[in-house]
Design a protein around this ligand. Structure first.
Ligand code: NCD
Length: 326
C-alpha cells in the first residue's frame, strides 16, 4: 500500500483483493469476466476519490511506463501519462515514432524488447489489428493496448462501461444505441463486446457501408443479446438509455469519395436531444468532428467530458492492477 504526498496511507484501494490482473496483458475486452469488470470499476472509484482528495499517491513510485504511440492520440496518451504520474510513477513518452528508431526500420518486436529493458509496463497504440498481441508475445512485461487499428480499444471500452455505470447507476436492463462509424470504430467494438456480459439491448445506427462487423454481432447474438440495426437515429432516440456517437474515421477509408458520402450522416443537435429520455446519457469517445453539435454540450445528459475524465481513473486502476499494487 502507498501513501499520499501528505503522508496519508492509501488503504483498501479495491473492494476486495484480486490478484488475477498482476502481470497480465490487456489486449482485448474478451479477456474480462463480469467480476473482473466490477473489480476494476471499484478500483477506479477509489482512484477518483484519491485524486479528488489529495491529487496523487506514491503507489507506483519507482515504476516506469513506456507510452508507445504509432498513431495520433490526445486523450488516451495524456490520460495514461497523467494516470502513471498521479500514482507516483514515471513515463517514457514515445509519441512521434518518426523520431525513434522505428523510422530506421526497427521492427515492433525489437522496439518492444528494447522498451521493456527500461520500463515495467508498455502501453501500445498501433495502426495494425493484432499488433498488441504480437507485442505481448515478445514482451515479458505487461502490454496494455491503447487501440490497434480497426480492431479493439480495450481501455476505452472499460472507461465507456464505467461511464455508463457512473452516470446511470446500473449496467443491466439498458437500451444502448451506438451511432456512426461502427465498422472502423474500435471503441465501438470493445464496448459492444463488453455489453455482451450485461442484460443490454443494443441498436446499431449507421449507414449501410459502416455497419458493425459480423463477428461482433455474432458474439452478441451468442450471448443472447437483442440486436437491431437501422440507419436512422430517429428510430431509437426516444427509447435509448445510452446514445454512443462516433466519428466517421476518415483515415480508415481507401476511397475518399466514400468518406465524403457518409461523413455528415449524423449530427446530434438540441432538437434531436429534445426527443430523448430525460434520464439518459449521451456519450462520445472523442475526438468529434461535427457529429455532436456544440450547442448540446451544456445538456446535463451530455457526458463526453466526464467520460474522458473517467479514462484517467480507469487507467490508474489498470496500471495499479497489472503491476500488482491494486
Ligand atoms: C478513439 C480512438 O482512437 O479509437 N479515440 C480515443 O481513443 N478516445 C476514437 C476515434 O479516434 O474516433
Amino acid at each position: 500500500m502507498g501513501s499520499t504526498p501528505n503522508g496519508i496511507k492509501i488503504v483498501g484501494l479495491a473492494p476486495e483483493l484480486n490478484h488475477s490482473f498482476y502481470g497480465r496483458d490487456i489486449i482485448s475486452v474478451g479477456q474480462f469476466s463480469r467480476p473482473d469488470l466490477t473489480y476494476i470499476m471499484g478500483v477506479a472509484d477509489e482512484m477518483r476519490s484519491v485524486v479528488r482528495r489529495v491529487g496523487a499517491t506514491d503507489l507506483l513510485k519507482g515504476h516506469i511506463l513506456a507510452n508507445l504511440f504509432y498513431e495520433p492520440s490526445t486523450r488516451t496518451s495524456s490520460s495514461f501519462i497523467a494516470a502513471m504520474e498521479r500514482l507516483g510513477g514515471s513515463v517514457i513518452p514515445i509519441h512521434g515514432v518518426q523520431y525513434s528508431s522505428v523510422s530506421k526500420g526497427e521492427s515492433l518486436p525489437d522496439t518492444i524488447r528494447t522498451l521493456e529493458c527500461y520500463a515495467d509496463v508498455i502501453v501500445l497504440r498501433h495502426p495494425e489489428v493484432g499488433a498488441s498481441e504480437v507485442a505481448a508475445r515478445y514482451a515479458t512485461k505487461p502490454i496494455i493496448s491503447a487501440g490497434d487499428g480497426v480492431g479493439e480499444h480495450p481501455t476505452q471500452g472499460l472507461l465507456d462501461l464505467y461511464t455508463i455505470y457512473h452516470e446511470l447507476g446500473t449496467l443491466d436492463g439498458l437500451h444502448v444505441a451506438m451511432v456512426g462509424d461502427l465498422k472502423h470504430g474500435r471503441t465501438v467494438h470493445s464496448l459492444a463486446r463488453l455489453l455482451r456480459l450485461y442484460d443490454a439491448r443494443l441498436t446499431f445506427v449507421s449507414p449501410e457501408i459502416l455497419r458493425l462487423p459480423e463477428d461482433v454481432k455474432r458474439e452478441l447474438a451468442a450471448a443472447g443479446r437483442i440486436v437491431t440495426e437501422t440507419d436512422k437515429v430517429e428510430d431509437v432516440i426516444a427509447a435509448a438509455d445510452v446514445i454512443y456517437v462516433t466519428r466517421v474515421q476518415k483515415e480508415r477509408f481507401a476511397d475518399l469519395d466514400e468518406y465524403e458520402a457518409v461523413k455528415d450522416y449524423y449530427v446530434i443537435t438540441p432538437k434531436i436531444m429534445a426527443r430523448a429520455k430525460e434520464h439518459m446519457v449521451l456519450m462520445h469517445p472523442l475526438p468529434r468532428v461535427g457529429e455532436i453539435h456544440a450547442d448540446v454540450d451544456n445538456d446535463p445528459r451530455a457526458a463526453y467530458f466526464r467520460q474522458m475524465e473517467n479514462g484517467m481513473y480507469i487507467r490508474m486502476a489498470l496500471l495499479a492492477a497489472v503491476l500488482g499494487k491494486a
